[in-house]
Design a protein around this ligand. Structure first.
Ligand code: NAG
Ligand code: NAG
Ligand code: NAG
Ligand code: NAG
Length: 489
C-alpha cells in the first residue's frame, strides 16, 4: 500500500518534470542579424524549451548549445542529400564533423539527425525522391560505424502531404500513391533502427490554401462543424491530420511507430490570417494540450513537439508566402509578440542582453515629393535587399499611406545595412535620418532597429544550468521525503 503512495509521489515529481520540460522548438538562422547563440540558448531555457531542431549543422548554434542540457536534432539541408546518397564516406565525414565532434568535444546533446527537410513535398516535383532514402541509409550506417547507433537516431522530417485520405476522414489515411512503396521502405527502415517518424503539421497552411476552410477547425477550442469518423468526432484539423498518419502507419503494419511533430505553429504577419490573435490562440491551445498530457483520439499520449518557430527570420525565402519570415513565437530580437502561458503558469520571458544599433531611423524626407519619378524604383531597391513583407495586404504595415510606406522601406534597408554611412543617402535625396521613432501611431507597424551583431561578437557560452541543478536537488529531496513518510508509517 505504502509503495503506492511512494510511486504516486515520485510519479508526480517526475511527471511534473516531463510536463515542464517536454517542449521543443525550431531554431532557424536565416536572418540578416541573427540573435547571438548564447542569448538564444538562454531564451530557450528561460521559457522551458528543452529540445531544439536545427536546419543544418550551424557551428555557432551548436557551439552555443554545448553543455546547455538542451537536446538537439541537427538537420541536413536538401541540397546535401545527393552527395550523401552517392557516397558512404561523405556520410561518414558528415557524421564525424557534424555529430561526433560536437558530441564528444563540445558536449552537445545530439539525439537526432534530420536527413533533409520535407524532401517529398509535392512542389519539389520529385527533385529529392531518389536521394532522400539512400542518404538516410548512409547517415544511419555512419552513425552506427561511429558507435552512435543507440544514442543518435536518423529520421526524415516529412510534410504532411506524404499521406492522404480518399475517404475524407482520418481512418481512410494512407501514404500518397506516387511515393507509397518508397514510404513503406522508409518506415520499415526507421522501425528497424528504432527511429521515429517525423512529420510537420500546419493548420495555418490548410487555411491559407483553401479559402473555404472552416476557420474554427484550425484551432483547439471547438467548432460547430466537426468531422465524424466512425465512433470518433474530430474537432480540430491537427488531430485529424495526425490520426490520418496513425491510420496510414497502422494500415501498413506499423501501429506503434513513434511519431515526432517536427514543426507546428502559426505565423503573425504577412497574410490576413497570420495575425497575433490567431497565433496566440493556436499556440496557447497547443501548449495547453501538452501540459495536460493530451494526445489525439487515436494516440492518447502527446507526441514530442517542436514548435515552429522560436524567432523570426528576415532572410528566409518567401516562395511559400510573405508569412514565411514571421513564424516566431518571438520577434527576430527575442522580444515578445503576444502573451503565452507556459506550464506552471509561467509567462513568456524575452531575450536578455540584446544590443541594438543606435536609435535612429531612415525615413522619407518631409520635403520629398510623392510624385518623384525615382520613388517607385528606389522603394523596389530597398525591398530587394531588405525585408518588406510587413507592407503587404493584411499585414502589420499594410495600412500605411504612401509616405509612411516609403519610410518603412527606406528604414528596413538602412537597418539591414547596419545603419552604414551612406545607406540612407542612396535614394536620390528622398530620404533623411531621424531620431524620432516613426512607428505608426495606434497601429501595429513597427519601424525596426536591428541588432548590433558586431558588438555581440565576443559573446561567450553560458555555464551549466542552475535550473537543471535545482531540479536534481528537488527530485532528491522529494525522494527523501517519500522515504521518511514510508518509514514513519
Ligand atoms: C557539416 O554541416 C555543414 C552545415 O550544413 C556543412 O556545410 C558541412 O559541409 C558539413 N560537413 C561535412 C564534413 O559534411
Ligand atoms: C503573467 O502575465 C499576466 C498579464 O499578462 C499577469 O497578470 C500575471 O500575473 C503574470 N503571471 C506571472 C506568473 O508572472
Ligand atoms: C533611385 O532611383 C534613381 C532613378 O531611377 C536611380 O538612379 C537610383 O540608382 C535609385 N537608387 C537606388 C538605391 O536604387
Ligand atoms: C507600399 O510598398 C509596397 C512595396 O513596394 C507596395 O507593394 C505597396 O503597394 C505600397 N503601398 C502604398 C500605399 O504605397
Amino acid at each position: 500500500m505504502i509503495f503506492h503512495y511512494l510511486f504516486a509521489f515520485l510519479f508526480l515529481v517526475l511527471g511534473e518534470n516531463f510536463l515542464v520540460d517536454g517542449l521543443g522548438c525550431n531554431w532557424g538562422t536565416r536572418a540578416t542579424h541573427p540573435l547571438p547563440g548564447n542569448i538564444v540558448v538562454k531564451l530557450m531555457k528561460d521559457n522551458g524549451f528543452n529540445k531544439v531542431k536545427l536546419f543544418e549543422a550551424d557551428p555557432r548554434a551548436l557551439q552555443a548549445l554545448g553543455r546547455s542540457g538542451i537536446q538537439v536534432m541537427v538537420g541536413i539541408p536538401n541540397d546535401m542529400l545527393a552527395p550523401l546518397a552517392a557516397s558512404v564516406s561523405a556520410a561518414e565525414e558528415w557524421v564525424s564533423k557534424n555529430v561526433s565532434y560536437y558530441l564528444s568535444s563540445k558536449g552537445v546533446d545530439i539525439r537526432y539527425v534530420a536527413v533533409g527537410n520535407e524532401p517529398f513535398l509535392k512542389t519539389y516535383n520529385n527533385k529529392f525522391t531518389r536521394t532522400a532514402f539512400p542518404a538516410l541509409q548512409n547517415i544511419q550506417a555512419a552513425l552506427i560505424k561511429a558507435g552512435l547507433g543507440r544514442d543518435v537516431k536518423a529520421t526524415i522530417p516529412l510534410n504532411a502531404d506524404v499521406y492522404e485520405t480518399d475517404a475524407g476522414v482520418p481512418s481512410g489515411g494512407n501514404f500518397r500513391a506516387d511515393i507509397h512503396d518508397l514510404m513503406i521502405s522508409i518506415v520499415k527502415f526507421l522501425d528497424n533502427n528504432g527511429a521515429p517518424f517525423t512529420v510537420n503539421i500546419y493548420p495555418f497552411l490548410s487555411l491559407y490554401a483553401d479559402p473555404h476552410f472552416p476557420v474554427e477547425y484550425a484551432f483547439f477550442d471547438g467548432t460547430s462543424s466537426p468531422v465524424v469518423d466512425g465512433s470518433i468526432t474530430y474537432t480540430n484539423v491537427f488531430d485529424a491530420n495526425y490520426d490520418t498518419l496513425v491510420s496510414a502507419l497502422e494500415k501498413n503494419g506499423f501501429p506503434s511507430m513513434p511519431i515526432i511533430i517536427g514543426e507546428v505553429g502559426w505565423p503573425t504577419d504577412g497574410d490576413p490570417n497570420a495575425k497575433m490573435e490567431f497565433a496566440r490562440r493556436f499556440n496557447q491551445g497547443l501548449l495547453n494540450r501538452i501540459s495536460q498530457g493530451q494526445g489525439t483520439p487515436k494516440r492518447p499520449s502527446p507526441p514530442d513537439i517542436y514548435l515552429f518557430s522560436l524567432i523570426d527570420e528576415d532572410a528566409k525565402s518567401i516562395d511559400p508566402g510573405n508569412f514565411e519570415r514571421h513564424w516566431g513565437v518571438f520577434y527576430f530580437d527575442g522580444t515578445i509578440k503576444y502573451p503565452l502561458k507556459l506550464s506552471n503558469n509561467r509567462n513568456l520571458t524575452a531575450a536578455k542582453g540584446v544590443r541594438y544599433l543606435a536609435r535612429q531611423w531612415c525615413i522619407m524626407a518631409p520635403d520629398a515629393n510623392l510624385m518623384d519619378p525615382n520613388l517607385p524604383q528606389n522603394i523596389t531597391f530597398a525591398c530587394t535587399y531588405a525585408d518588406c513583407t510587413s507592407l503587404g495586404y493584411g499585414s502589420s504595415c499594410g495600412g500605411l499611406d504612401a509616405r509612411n510606406n516609403a519610410s518603412y522601406a527606406f528604414n528596413m534597408y538602412y537597418q539591414t545595412m547596419n545603419q552604414q554611412k551612406g545607406a540612407c543617402d542612396q535614394f536620390h535625396g528622398l530620404s533623411i535620418i531621424t531620431k524620432i521613432d516613426p512607428s505608426y501611431r495606434g497601429g501595429s507597424c513597427k519601424y525596426e532597429i536591428m541588432i548590433d551583431t558586431g558588438r555581440h561578437e565576443k559573446a561567450t557560452n553560458p555555464g551549466t544550468s542552475s535550473a537543471g541543478k535545482m531540479h536534481t536537488t528537488f527530485v532528491f529531496v522529494s525522494f527523501l521525503l517519500a522515504l521518511i513518510i514510508f518509514c514513519v508509517s
